[in-house]
Write a protein that binds this ligand. Structure first.
Ligand SMILES: C[S@@+](CC[C@H](N)C(=O)[O-])C[C@H]1O[C@@H](n2cnc3c(N)ncnc32)[C@H](O)[C@@H]1O
Length: 225
């Protein structure tokens, strides 16, 4: 199971539509999503007009895409009120800058525009090596997940209005919904800042509220197709 399976199951079966993707790169996921309201945000899109046209032929819902070639912070500051307005987001994939405070701002900003039953998916929540969890400036090679995992710890500690868990697949898919939390953590922001990869490795299942991939279907009452 990967992030596209999760997106397609929610869109298809729960009929979620209005879609935001933060961090789009070449649009590998974005262009496959079928919805007439899709927002793409990335300061450096890795595709040109020709690819956009080709993808619109393959998936006609891409004809109405809206593209914002800027950081997510700038998008929320400059465009979100106007563009999202009275069309609350129902599904968002947060996959931009993989650092704790960036990912946290992306979640908090997205929540301002998310419908009550909306869903946020966060990529890269479960780094499996110390090298994948370093800050961007120190990253050398291989997968880079950064410290998005700290955002999960923060939300589970500081946001009792949200239920947050991580599916143990595709580098850790964080799922954020406005439901009663199953269990909470008690970390302060100061303590979270000081946590290390070794701390995560010793407490991974508990801190991330790690779930087997199939839990996704159970949680949302979906059929596994
Ligand atoms: C891992 S890629 C996204 C992959 C894509 N979501 C997918 O599933 O195929 C991360 C992207 O985040 C973008 N990015 C970096 N900083 C960002 C920021 N501050 N706001 C939004 N996107 C950012 C990068 O340009 C890069 O294209």
């Amino acid at each position: 199971m990967n992030r596209l399976d999760v997106i397609e199951a929610l869109m298809g079966q729960k009929k979620l539509k209005n879609y935001l993707e933060i961090g789009v790169a070449n649009g590998h996921i974005f262009f496959k999503v079928k919805s007439s309201f899709k927002l793409a945000v990335d300061p450096a899109f890795a595709f040109d007009t020709l690819r956009r046209v080709g993808k619109a032929i393959l998936n006609p819902s891409n004809l109405s895409n809206q593209y914002f070639e800027k950081t997510s912070d700038d998008f929320f500051e400059e465009d979100a009120d106007r563009v999202i307005g009275k069309t609350p987001l129902q599904l968002a994939l947060i996959d931009g800058m993989h650092e704790y405070h960036y990912a946290l701002r992306d979640v908090e900003n997205t929540l301002r525009y998310l419908s009550d039953d909306g869903v946020i998916i966060m990529h890269d929540c479960n780094p499996l090596t110390p090298g994948a969890a370093v800050p961007y400036d120190e990253w050398v090679e291989g997968p880079w997940n950064g410290d998005v995992w700290k955002t999960i710890v923060y939300l589970r500690s500081q946001r009792p209005d949200l239920n947050v868990f991580v599916l143990d697949t595709d580098q850790g898919l964080g799922i954020v919904t406005r439901r009663k939390p199953e269990a909470v953590l008690d970390f302060t922001p100061t303590r979270i800042k000081a946590l290390t990869y070794d701390d995560l490795a010793k407490n991974r299942a508990n801190w991330l509220n790690l779930k087997a991939p199939d839990y996704f279907y159970e949680y949302f009452g979906l059929k596994k197709e």
